[in-house]
Design a protein around this ligand. Structure first.
Ligand SMILES: NC(=O)c1ccc[n+]([C@@H]2O[C@H](COP(=O)([O-])OP(=O)(O)OC[C@H]3O[C@@H](n4cnc5c(N)ncnc54)[C@H](O)[C@@H]3O)[C@@H](O)[C@H]2O)c1
Length: 349
């Protein structure tokens, strides 16, 4: 067991709004973990948690979670408070799981990574889709070479709402797709550009199109919107050998592998002889276990604390997503100018 942890991991949760109760439920159910105390500024949210879990202590002051009896803290508040809360928890020697996106600034994300290292504590970010068995399969298909060279990726995350008041749609929805792209492709983008508009709330973009250029001539397009009639969470990966569609709205058949493609026939002498051959093969739908991704994520956090392991979605993964969001926002405000990124996953203070 990692030094400084008791046999049961006591997990405090800050933020009991929409997402926090899902985290509370999961940590409540994981053997070897318990939720002794939760915090929220809103009395109605605390009362809701008390109704569901009468044994859990409630407080409006998150500092009560910094007591020695708490081993780890989950930060499930809005992004503007992530840095301050996570920093306080790390300074008090807590392991910390921060919801996505890790912070509003890459500099703050880098500081948290460095602080966690210094304190020898786990810093993990809630990139839930990295724990989704369908995304895991998509990654295997890409990284095993089964779909050949990746040509491009198209991601759409659309719905009507939920409109946020303090962040735009890029900071709200794109962290999911960006974390999936980095995880599945195993690469960092070299440049990012973004275009979008704000129709409902002045100054807060509600629709955006991001383009990310990766090494090996791979490019990815991410469309995020709070202003669309249809709920869509779909990622298409087009490779030289096969094409894959991951549809997260589908309950059972989330991944479809299309053995489709197009080849340029060799041995043509002139432009007139130029021939393409289209391949229409089978469509396969692999079995994917129906495990809740958030349960896998929360279990992984507890395992990392117990075994002193680096989380899959560690602080550096959180930093990498934040720096992409940061330059995407810059591009969005500059009319879609491409912004360059250092191609390496690294943290610069
Ligand atoms: N991983 C996922 O799939 C997923 C899904 C939804 C939301 N999220 C993330 O979860 C986080 C919370 O989102 P939400 O939709 O639940 O927001 P929300 O506004 O519904 O809830 C946030 C709660 O935090 C409380 N809060 C804010 N500052 C606080 C403080 N200093 N001390 C105590 N409580 C405080 C608020 O009162 C509120 O009840 C965000 O970072 C969001 O991006 C992640």
């Amino acid at each position: 067991m990692h030094p400084g942890t008791s046999s049961t991991i006591n997990v405090g949760v800050i933020g009991c709004g929409y997402w926090g109760p899902n985290l509370i439920r999961n940590f409540h159910e994981i053997p070897g973990a318990r939720v002794p105390v939760v915090a929220d500024l809103r009395e109605d949210r605390l009362a809701h948690i008390k109704t569901m879990y009468p044994e859990v202590a409630i407080t409006s002051d998150y500092r009560e979670l910094l007591s020695p009896s708490v081993d780890a803290v989950i930060v499930a508040t809005g992004v503007s408070s992530h840095y301050e809360l996570a920093r306080a928890c790390l300074l008090h020697g807590k392991h910390v799981l921060v919801e996505k996106p890790l912070t509003t600034r890459s500099r703050e994300a880098a500081e948290l990574v460095e602080l966690a290292e210094r304190q020898s504590r786990i810093l993990m970010v809630g990139h839930t889709f990295e724990y989704n068995p369908a995304v895991e399969l998509l990654r295997d298909l890409v990284q095993s070479g089964e779909i050949g060279d990746v040509y491009y990726v198209n991601a759409s995350r659309l719905n009507l709402g939920i409109f946020q008041k303090d962040i735009n749609v890029v900071w709200d929805l794109a962290p999911h797709d960006i974390s999936i792209l980095l995880y599945v492709l195993g690469r960092q983008p070299m440049s990012v550009s973004a275009r979008g508009s704000h129709f409902v709330q002045p100054g807060i973009h509600d629709v955006a199109y991001l383009t990310l250029h990766f090494p090996d001539h791979i490019f990815a397009h991410v469309h995020v919107s709070w202003l669309d009639p249809c709920k869509m969470r779909r990622i298409t990966v087009v490779g030289s050998k096969k094409m894959v569609v991951y549809d997260d709205v589908e309950s059972l058949e989330k991944i479809r592998i299309y053995d489709k493609g197009v080849n340029v026939l060799p041995h043509t002498d002139t432009f007139g002889d130029f021939q393409l051959s289209y391949r229409y093969g089978d469509i396969s739908v692999p079995y994917i276990p129906l495990t809740e991704p958030l349960k896998i994520e929360c279990t992984h956090f507890v395992e990392c604390i117990r075994e002193g392991k680096r989380p899959r979605s560690d602080g550096v993964a959180g930093f990498n997503v934040v720096r992409i969001l940061e330059v995407a926002e810059k591009s969005l405000l500059n009319g879609g100018m491409a912004e360059l990124l250092n191609g390496h996953a690294r943290v610069e203070l």
